[in-house]
Design a protein around this ligand. Structure first.
Ligand code: AMP
Length: 186
């Protein structure tokens, strides 16, 4: 978890590689569907472009199908899911059914002004449609309203791992590994 621009996608791949499990990014799956023009992509696009969350029932079904795939059987890392309290409940149900359990929820903490600057920079390199300043600020608001409350939920469950997400990518990765108590691969 972490606000937009915190570096979730980048760090998720490092952590998933370390554990040899797939990094399942709901944002990436939505973007792939948008670029292929699938019905799911068409449905998701207007929410994404506005910086809003795609409705829970659409997102939940997509995640349910994805974690049912064979490569996710040994475990998986979710990047960008759950993002609402309803998704937390839904995920509990899904993994209750598949027999997985949540080992850790990593939250990257970052300064909000630095985030806007990072995202504006990303818009120049990646050309993401939702990286304009207005949409970035809207995405931050939605994160604060809908996703930040999840931090307390997972803290209460004793699986929250808070990591300072500021600074160089490698330093943040090292902090995540240290917090998860794993030895990084060279
Ligand atoms: P991300 O790449 O994680 O920043 O996600 C990009 C966009 O995809 C978000 O701004 C939402 O519109 C949508 N999205 C990704 N994950 C979710 C989710 N768990 N629930 C609802 N919408 C999501």
């Amino acid at each position: 978890m972490g606000p937009p621009g915190a570096g979730k996608g980048t760090q998720a791949r490092f952590v998933a590689d370390h554990f040899g499990v797939p990094a399942i990014s709901t944002g990436d799956i939505f973007r792939a569907n948008v670029s292929q023009g699938t019905p799911l992509g068409i449905k998701a696009k207007r929410y994404m472009d506005a910086g809003e969350y795609v409705p829970d029932e659409v997102t939940n079904l997509m995640v349910r199908n994805r974690i049912d795939e064979d490569d996710a059987a040994p475990g998986f890392l979710l990047d960008g899911y759950p993002r609402t309290l309803a998704q937390v409940t839904e995920l509990d149900g899904m993994i209750g059914y598949t027999g997985h359990r949540l080992d850790a929820v990593v939250v990257l903490t970052v300064d909000s002004e630095e985030l806007v600057q990072r995202l504006l920079q990303r818009s120049e390199t990646d050309g993401r449609a939702d990286d304009t300043e207005d949409v970035i600020r809207r995405r931050q608001e939605i994160y604060t309203e809908q996703t930040e409350p999840l931090i307390e939920v997972y803290r209460d469950r004793g699986i929250l791992v808070e990591v300072d997400g500021m600074g160089e990518v490698d330093d943040v990765t090292a902090r995540i590994f240290a917090a998860l108590d794993v030895i990084p691969q060279s």
